[in-house]
Design a protein around this ligand. Sequence first.
Ligand code: URA
Length: 238
Amino acid sequence: MAGLIQLDRILQAQGFGNRKECRALIRHGQVTVAGAVCEDPFAEFAPDGLEFAVDGEVWQYHEHAYLMLNKPAGFECSRSPIHHAGALDLLPEPLRKRGVQPVGRLDEDTTGLLLFTDDGQLIHRLTSPRHKVAKVYQVTAKHPVSDQQIAALLAGVQLHDEPAPIAAVACERRSEQVIHLTLTEGKYHQVKRMLGAAGNRVESLQRIAIGGLRLPEDLPEKSWRWLTEDELGRLLSV
Ligand code: URA
């Protein structure tokens, strides 16, 4: 529980600029708190659960940002994308300004569940192979996936530059060319390389779950939203 905090500091922490910029927003009457305009940058509020609006857009105070995006193809996860638009650009400016980062990376042509946060500990917890958080991918293969290929993916396939074979935690057939593959590492192009090593090829790739959190069916591609408390808990529940 945080105590009372000045409004200019609250806005700064939520990504609305530096102290000077936030004070100017407040003094110009652009900020309302709980429905009433507040022109005093030093007015103090209890931040937990605080609802405020900047230029009419309503926000809720969050000590940390935990967001999910249904990533479309054609967007890069890096901070400085080179060849395509950046997935970060699909988020509103205050969220980018407060320093949210993607939790792990998806390839430019991979779609599906991508998390963003400014909580470095959670990023580490979800991406470090030591913690073995499962990531589930829906893989559409170029060729029918044979039983031998599924067996190889489960037993472990040898990738270039890796000292030992790498195995999927689970591999479930969904149709002739579609499998759900569960991994706990996040090596470069891992799914594509594993399918290649098993003698097939990835046609399209979608991440459908991280830990116990599934990509919600009602989150359209290109859309993002805040995680609920329950969803945040489910991330680390399996
Ligand atoms: N494996 C891949 O090959 N690509 C991704 O984007 C994620 C996992």
